[in-house]
Design a protein around this ligand. Sequence first.
Ligand SMILES: Cc1ncc(COP(=O)(O)O)c(C=O)c1O
Length: 302
Amino acid sequence: MFQLNNIVNQDISLPKALGVELFLKREDRIHPFVSGNKYRKLKYNIEEADRLGLKTLLTFGGAFSNHLAAVAYAGNTLGFKTIGVVRGEELSAETNNPTLVFCRNHGMVFKFVSREVYRNKTSESFIDDLKHEFGDFYLIPEGGTNTLAVKGCEEILTENDFNFSHICTAVGTGGTISGIINCSQSSQQVLGFPALKGSFLQEDISKFAVNSNWELITDYHFGGYAKINKELIGFINEFRNKYSIQLDPVYTGKMMFGIFDLIKKGFFPKGSRILAIHTGGLQGIAGMNAKLKQKGFPLIET
Ligand SMILES: Cc1ncc(COP(=O)(O)O)c(C=O)c1O
């Protein structure tokens, strides 16, 4: 089911005068729905659920969550029941949200909760209530990040990647970058591009990361999680036309925009060899395009 032999480091050819090289690790090619870091984060968690004999996976996410879609698909394919605790009670009335439709079609059962309840989703009493309602389950945290997810993400870099000077990745909950940091060489610099505002990430990553060769570049979140503007849409469409690679608007588009901008500004020393990780997430484009259409914005080409 999962195409690990499809992962290549694709040359994003840049004008020689810039003095740096850029490659994109095509983890998005692992699978259309369990793509990139989703596969990496679920791999050992699903093995653990199996080992514990648990037949239900329960997890959390928002309206366009790549993580929910990946859990629904993987669970359905591998014989688990799946439950998605979704942020936003109002979404229960939405019948055409593409991510939720996809999850439902893959057997996911939803529990829609208010934003306030969602904020307390890790409290013991909330988890106990969920157990009463749904029976025993294997809990996968929001965004899929936990120790086993980080272990999976430690398999993103291989020894063929050790000749890159910089490794770049998008950051949401911090699990993916933590795994990358742990499997990087101390001579390499790992740069994370948060897709959302907030200073909590530094601390969250420090819980999992064993090396200190990393930095967060916080200038490219475009106003917050799932917020985008016409400049970013234009960049994603131009990138696709030029390199035939689809980026997503929430994570990899922002990261790649940031890398191009930093290259222009001379952030990377001459001779740098940059490896960016394509962490997938392309299923979210349909939902984002529906929102853009409502606002009369240009759409992301697919
Ligand atoms: C496509 C994509 N890239 C990057 C990330 C960020 O990963 P993490 O939450 O591990 O920081 C996510 C969110 O999980 C994602 O869906």
